[in-house]
Every structure is written in C-alpha cells, then in structure tokens.
Design a protein around this ligand. Structure first.
Ligand code: KE4
Length: 430
C-alpha cells in the first residue's frame, strides 16, 4: 500500500531515533510504520505514495483552518522576504501580543516561546518565583510538554508508551510534583492539606486532550479556581491545545474561568514553531529583564511564526459566510459525534465518543471516560484495528488511543459523512 513510505522509513531509522522527530508519529501505539507526507492542503494530506487522506490530526492542532491556508502561506512568504529571524524586537511581536491580550482577557502581558513545552516550563518557573513556593500539582493523563519535572504520569507520548515516568529524570526533579487524578475534588483538597503553604500552583489542561479527550465535570474548573485562590496558589491553564480552538477565548472563555497564567501554542503559530505564556502584569513583570525569573529564547517571537500565527488568528476571527468559524467547528463536531455514536450503537461495539467543539476521541470502552483511569480501560487492540481500517479507507486519525482528534474549518459535511460511513463499515467488522 505504501512502498515509498516504507523505503523512507527504513532510511529515516538510520539517522533519526525511531525514525521520527517526535515519538507519537512512529505509529508504535497502533502498529505498522508511519506514512510520509508529501503535501497537505485543506482537510487533506497526501502521502508520498499518492494516497489521499482526510486528516483529523491537523498537525496536532495548529491547522484549525486546514493545511496551507492561503492567508497563512502569503503571510509567511511576505515575512520571509524581510528575513527569517532577527533576534531583535520586530513589530509583529507587538501585533501578536496585542491580539492574544485582546482575545484572552486574563492575559495582560504575554511572552512568546518556540514550543508549548517551553511555555509550560516557563509558566511553572514563574509561578514558583511569584509565590516563592516549590510544589506544583498536575493531573495524571495531562501532558505539558517534556518538562523534566512534569514527565510524571504524563499523558500523550509518555502514556502511549505505557511508561508514565521517563528515564533520565533524577527523582529530585520530580519531588516537588504532586500528581492527582483529574475530576477528583478530594484528591486536590488532600494535596493542599498535606502541603500547607508549599504549593506554587496547579497546572491543568482545562479539557485534557493528551490521554484521548475527556471533559471537566460540571463545576470542577470552578473548584480549581476557588481552591487555588483560597490557598495562595496560582491556577495555570495549559491551553496549548485548547487555546483559540474551543472558543474565541479558548477553554477559559468557554467555561468563563480566569486563570492566573495561561500557556499557549499550536494555533498561535499557524503551524510554525511557537509557544507563549501570559497572565496578569503583576506576575508577568517578574520575568527578566524586569524581574528575577529568568526566561529566554533565540527564536521567541520569530517573525515567520508571528506572521503565520497572526494570519491564523485573524482569519479564525473574521466574520465570513455562515457566521463565525467557531459556529462551523461546533456544527461539524456535533455532526461527527452524533454519527459516530450511532454507528457504534448499530454495530453493537462499545465506544465512548467524547467530544468538545472540534476536538474528539473515540474510546473503545464500555464505561464513560472522565479521567486517565477510565481511559486506560479502553480496548487498545480494537482501537488499533479501527485506526488501520480507517487509514486504509482514506481517513487519518491520531495514531494512538491516547490522543485527541481535530476538525478544521476546511472539513466539510460531506467529509464528516464519509468518515462516519467508513467508521460504520469498520465497526461492523470489528
Ligand atoms: P510542544 O512542546 O509539543 O509544542 O507542546 C507541548 C504540549 C503542551 N501542552 C499541551 C496541552 C500539549 O498538547 C502539548 C503537545 N501536544 C502533543 C499532542 N498530544 C504534541 C504532539 C507530539 O508530541 O508530537
């Protein structure tokens, strides 16, 4: 089916660990070898063997307008004519910062980075600097990039490999990290009770998308907001994935919660390397060069990434055709969710299809999935068969049960219908 990809993968293995530059791409969670992409446009990717695929990974979130959107391509081309990097302040950095501050009211000041990992790592350092406390609470199943102190029962790649902890991280680096189950009120209360005045903050994906996708139970995010305020800890929303995806103002806009710090990435780079973290001025002004918390990056605010991200955000918020782009994403997400649930029901295959706007995950599980422990009960063998069945039908889903899927404004109702009918056939054969 994919001889050219197989040949390229064999070549890649000689020079790149596992043949990939990021573990999840290696298909280790679903078996087989990854395909190599030749081109991506709109809701589709074409592999080097010429196979056309409807893409529900969307480069893990950035391609919310679909791949190679004309506005992004022309913005990057125009910016590149002036140089690819300066290491000197450039006007696009101000434009991006203002856009983020306008769209996310909890952010009064923002610092750019080149990845979501850097954004989360920096936000934690800042929270510790601001509170003068050391401990951080995170939730198992949530992934905040490969930050040493947070690769403890992380989601995403680390989880996919079934080794919740990573080698190479001294125990001392994680002794200040407290891991609790998501959607669990008592566990958070107990953590604060056991670590009085020591907790700098809670970092959380408000809608966790790195162990598949599950939603906060009603009132849970409000509880986290309340307890962190009461205990003098900061609430850090890691919106690298949900930022500007779930709503114009991200998950915090959707749930009307105002965190103290927010981590961003993906969409704000329009597919180019990017991350950012922001919050109230009184916290952000602790950052170098103003304050004592050091943070830096050669390519932070890179003009090409800024141009692509600004084009992505501006187009995402433009009013064109049938209302807003977010209304379209909600409609397509609901169409997929309804159709997939019906397909699973008629095939009599237990599937928990979780979705939130344009993000989704089909868990092959018979019980609802509200946290990592529930997600771990899913039938990964069944997921593998489903993944490959869909891939061979021209539908590319995330290559792991523990990843989310992403719909873009370039997907059409016909694409969704095709996806549902392919899924119905494959589910019946499972
Ligand atoms: P990056 O360092 O990969 O740019 O961002 C890390 C990160 C931080 N926070 C959240 C909520 C994230 O989802 C991510 C990265 N997401 C994964 C997808 N599960 C990236 C894919 C990959 O690792 O190749």
């Amino acid at each position: 089916m994919r001889p050219k990809s197989e040949k390229l993968f064999a070549e890649a293995l000689k020079y790149i660990p596992g043949g990939v530059n990021s573990p999840v791409r290696a298909f280790r969670a679903v078996g087989g070898n990854p395909f190599f992409v030749n081109k991506a446009m709109g809701a589709r990717v074409w592999d080097v063997d010429g196979n056309e695929l409807i893409d529900y990974v969307g480069t893990w979130g950035p391609a919310i307008l679909g791949h190679a959107h004309s506005k992004i391509i022309s913005a990057v081309k125009a910016a590149a004519e002036h140089g690819t990097s300066f290491g000197i302040p450039n006007p696009l950095e101000i434009k991006m910062a203002k856009l983020i501050c306008e769209l996310v009211p909890s952010i009064q000041k923002v610092r750019m980075t080149s990845s979501g990992t850097e954004a989360c790592m920096s936000a934690i350092r800042l929270a510790r600097g601001f509170t003068k406390r050391d401990k951080i609470i995170k939730f198992d199943g949530c992934y905040h990039g490969h930050v040493d102190s947070l690769l403890v029962k992380a989601g995403s790649g680390a989880l996919t490999f079934g080794n919740p902890d990573s080698a190479g991280i001294p125990a001392a680096f994680t002794q200040h990290t407290i891991v609790v189950p998501f959607n669990d009120v008592d566990a958070v209360k107990a953590a604060f009770a056991a670590n009085k005045n020591q907790i700098a903050g809670i970092i959380v994906e408000p809608v966790p998308g790195n162990a598949g996708l599950y939603l906060p139970k009603p009132g849970y995010l409000e509880f986290l907001r309340k307890i962190t305020k009461a205990k003098g800890a900061l609430l850090i929303f890691d919106e690298v994935m949900t930022g500007f995806r779930l709503a114009k103002g991200g998950a915090q806009g959707l749930f009307n919660i105002s965190p103290d710090l927010t981590c961003l990435g993906k969409i704000i780079g329009g597919g180019l390397p990017v991350g950012a973290f922001g919050g109230r001025t009184e916290i952000m002004d602790l950052l170098a060069p103003l304050g004592p918390v050091y943070q830096a990056g050669t390519l932070s605010g890179n003009p090409l990434a800024m141009a692509a991200g600004i084009a992505n955000l501006e187009e995402l918020n433009s009013k064109t055709g049938n209302g807003t782009k977010y209304a379209l994403l909600e409609k397509l997400g609901a169409q997929l969710a309804t159709g997939m649930r019906e397909a699973a029901k008629s095939a009599k295959v237990p599937v928990q299809f979780n979705s939130c706007g344009s993000m989704f995950c089909a868990y092959f599980a018979s019980v609802p999935v509200h946290n990592l422990a529930d997600a771990m009960k899913s039938d990964r063998e069944r997921f593998k068969k489903f993944f490959h069945g869909m891939l061979n039908s021209g539908i590319y889903l995330a290559p792991s049960q523990f990843e989310a899927g992403f719909i873009s404004t370039a997907h059409t109702e016909a694409d969704i219908e095709q996806t549902i009918s392919s899924a119905a056939k494959i589910l019946r054969a499972l």
